[in-house]
Design a protein around this ligand. Structure first.
Ligand code: CAA
Length: 258
């Protein structure tokens, strides 16, 4: 499928999507968001793919929603097209894990897109921020909610009210990213992590992802209840039998995704 704003490749069992609008620092225009949705649909439907990596360039994961495209929108334009949820949240609907590999700027909608992924690996060059306030608006793709859940109210509030950026070290300390990798190794390391996930049992990966995500949407009691039910249902899979037999027999498991 020919794309103009992204590059789509596979690396073994990993689907790799690279945001590719270098002249606009990967600003997330409507066409890019449409293409991203199509690429995610394709990888979700591909039985060979077990995990997805979303990345940008050395300079920018993405510098936000496309300011030039949205500058002249009226309220009615924004309301009727449901700007900005329309299409953007496709990544949050994936059952397969999606890992963001962030180097350079992840600002505004770029930071929000990274936070919609299941976790973020950051290059030591990464810079995160929600600078919308500096252009007369507020985060519109979940930033006020996901950043606050990730780093707590004080830091999120300061960032959203001032528009200041945080570097990779601060982002790791605050829990926004899972870890920092030297920029030159970011993609290889992220693909390695994605390959490891793809080598696990697919249905068990889905259960694990569903259970962790429930922590954001439920009370503790409801979340623990869902976890227990999913844990119990794992015993209905062939892969649980295989995984535990392989442990006892001191060999690697051969999961069948069943
Ligand atoms: N939208 C459209 N174009 C953008 C862009 C964006 N978000 N970010 C950068 N660009 C374009 C620039 O206009 C410039 O294009 P031209 O060469 O045609 O002028 C090109 O990318 C390179 O950018 P700079 O020359 O500005 O590069 P720099 O290295 O000097 O600065 C930067 C880098 C600090 C990231 C700066 O580009 C910047 O501040 N970008 C905007 C960041 C921002 O405000 N993001 C939030 C957008 S609003 C949003 O995302 C809403 C939401 O919640 C969904």
């Amino acid at each position: 499928m020919p794309f103009e704003n992204i590059i789509v490749e596979t690396r073994g069992q990993v689907g790799l999507i690279t945001l590719n609008r270098p002249k606009a620092l990967n600003a997330l225009c409507a066409a890019l968001i449409r293409e991203l949705g199509q690429a995610l649909d394709t990888f979700e439907a591909d039985a060979e793919i077990g995990a997805i990596v979303l990345t940008g360039s050395e300079k920018a994961f993405a510098a936000g929603a496309d300011i030039k495209e949205m500058a002249s929108k009226s309220y009615m334009d924004a309301y009727l097209e449901d700007f900005i949820t329309n299409g953007w949240e496709r990544v949050t609907k994936c059952r397969k894990p999606v890992i963001a590999a962030v180097a350079g700027y992840a600002l505004g909608g770029g930071c929000e897109m990274a936070m919609m992924c299941d976790f973020i690996l950051a290059a030591d060059t990464a810079k995160f921020g929600q600078p919308e306030i500096t252009i007369g608006t507020i985060p519109g793709a979940g930033g006020t909610q996901r950043l606050t859940r990730a780093v707590g109210k004080s830091k999120a509030m300061e960032m959203v009210l001032t528009g200041r950026m945080m570097d990779a070290a601060e982002a790791e300390r605050a829990g926004l990213v899972s870890r920092i990798v030297p920029a030159a190794d970011l993609l290889d390391e992220t693909i390695k992590v994605a390959e490891r996930i793809a080598s696990m049992s697919r249905p068990i990966v889905y259960m694990a992802k569903e259970a962790v995500n429930a922590a954001f949407e439920t009370t503790l009691a409801q979340g623990v209840h869902l976890e227990r039910r999913l844990f119990q249902s794992a015993f209905a899979t062939e892969d649980q039998k295989e995984g535990m037999a392989a442990f006892s027999e001191k060999r690697s498991p051969a999961f069948k995704n069943r």
